[in-house]
Design a protein around this ligand. Structure first.
Ligand code: ADP
Ligand code: GN1
Ligand code: MG
Length: 370
């Protein structure tokens, strides 16, 4: 994608600034993201994204969801709150995205300044702030009727469905890679049973379905220079879901002290101080409405989300890397191995995590006079 392509796309949107230059930014696995800098010092810069319509075929519905959710959150912001809300820029003919002559879809956001994102937690404050930001996000959307949101990717975090897809991929063995990943396949077979607690309880009506973010990787919250969280981004997967998905996925990415695709498994550690800081932030914003079942399952949710991602990376590797962007051939299997290692480490600290959550909830209930 050259500068002139992006310049052409930029010209389709309503902006006051003049295009200066563009370049790739961010480390997301799905879309292609570009930072557009404007020539004027007093005008904002912008983020342009090529929307991956293979992953998100209902582009129109997804964009409607994003606008609806950001509008809802914006209304809740009090004047003295510095928190930002993702701002979709309209095209010159008032659409939320632009479709080019080749059928590619593009969208534009105002770039948040400085809009710092982290793949690895640099300190506990970042973890605490991320917890508050994602907790607040669920709280803000509590009164949003779930049927106003289109389920863009149905069964996104349904482990039974994901396991079925995985089993089929193993059976088909399209890329002839099954023989390379026997150990990982066996690991998945052993790990699945414990995870089924969550879908079973949901089916029995034991877990409330809320409007959740569903992609709460640490790099989907933006920070200022003082490590205050200022904005939750990447709203593509906002759908009816479980609180557990949002809590668990940030722990997967934040409490792991190594990269998501770390090849040296000895470098992966599960940080209890990060778990504690994130839990404190998240619980501070949600303790008033979480049910006892949700609270009880928060520690398991970290392993659930780590497992589902490991399983999806493994499935994609077996299928020949058809879903996630990869930077090198082994990346998906490395991502999978790192997730499975992280699950083992989380398991060792399960009791400690339960205790941390319990104490944090008690503290927040007490502070609220409950
Ligand atoms: P993906 O689904 O591919 O992860 P994201 O929407 O998360 O796409 O964007 C990828 C990265 O681009 C983010 O992690 C962040 O670094 C940057 N980014 C996205 N939107 C903005 C924004 N509005 N302001 C500043 N940076 C942004
Ligand atoms: C993808 O778009 P990004 O990079 O934030 C994926 C998530 C996975 C994540 C793994 C739509 O998120 O579900 O958790 O990669 N998003 C989609 O890092 O599949
Ligand atoms: Mg992202």
């Amino acid at each position: 994608m050259s500068d002139s392509n992006i310049k052409e796309v930029f010209s389709k949107f309503k902006t006051a600034g003049t295009f200066f230059d563009a370049g790739p930014t961010g480390s997301g696995h799905i879309h292609k993201t570009f930072l557009v800098r404007t020539a004027e010092k007093d005008k904002p810069d912008f983020i342009i994204q090529w929307i991956n319509h293979h992953v998100f075929p209902p582009v129109h519905e997804m964009m409607s969801n994003i606008r609806r959710v950001s509008r809802h959150i914006r209304k809740k912001r009090k004047q003295d709150e510095p928190a930002e809300v993702l701002e979709v820029i309209e095209t010159r003919n008032n659409k939320s995205y632009y479709t080019d002559s080749e059928g590619n879809h593009w969208r534009m956001y105002r770039k948040l300044d400085p809009g710092i994102s982290y793949d690895i937690v640099p300190n506990n404050k970042v973890a605490y702030e991320a917890g508050k930001a994602f907790g607040q996000f669920i709280g803000d959307l509590r009164d949003m009727p779930a049927d106003e949101i289109f389920p863009v990717i149905p069964d996104f975090h349904n482990i039974e469905k994901r396991f079925k897809n995985f089993t089929e991929a193993v059976r088909e063995d399209k890329a002839q890679r099954v023989r390379e990943v026997k150990e990982e396949i066996e690991f998945a077979g052993r790990a699945i049973e414990e995870m089924l607690v969550i879908p079973r309880l949901e089916r029995e009506g034991g877990l409330p379905v809320r409007v959740t973010h569903n992609d709460t990787k640490l790099n989907n919250v933006l920070f200022d220079e003082n490590d205050n969280a200022v904005c939750v981004i990447d709203l593509d997967t906002v759908m009816p879901g479980l609180t557990l998905y949002d809590f668990g996925d940030t722990i997967r990415t934040a409490a792991n002290t190594a990269e998501e695709d770390e090849a040296d498994l000895d470098r992966i550690t599960f940080s209890i101080p990060v778990f504690k800081a994130y839990s404190d932030g998240f619980i501070e914003k949600t303790a008033s409405f979480l049910t006892q079942e949700e609270i009880n399952l928060l520690p398991l949710s970290a392993r659930y989300m780590t497992f589902i991602m490991g399983l999806r990376f493994l499935t994609d590797y077996i299928m020949g890397d058809v879903y996630y962007s990869i930077g090198y051939k082994e990346q998906n299997i490395r991502r999978c191995r790192a997730q499975f290692r992280l699950m083992e480490l989380m398991n060792e600290k399960h009791q400690e995590c339960k205790e941390i959550v319990k104490q944090s909830v008690t503290r927040h209930h007490r502070a609220a006079g409950e």
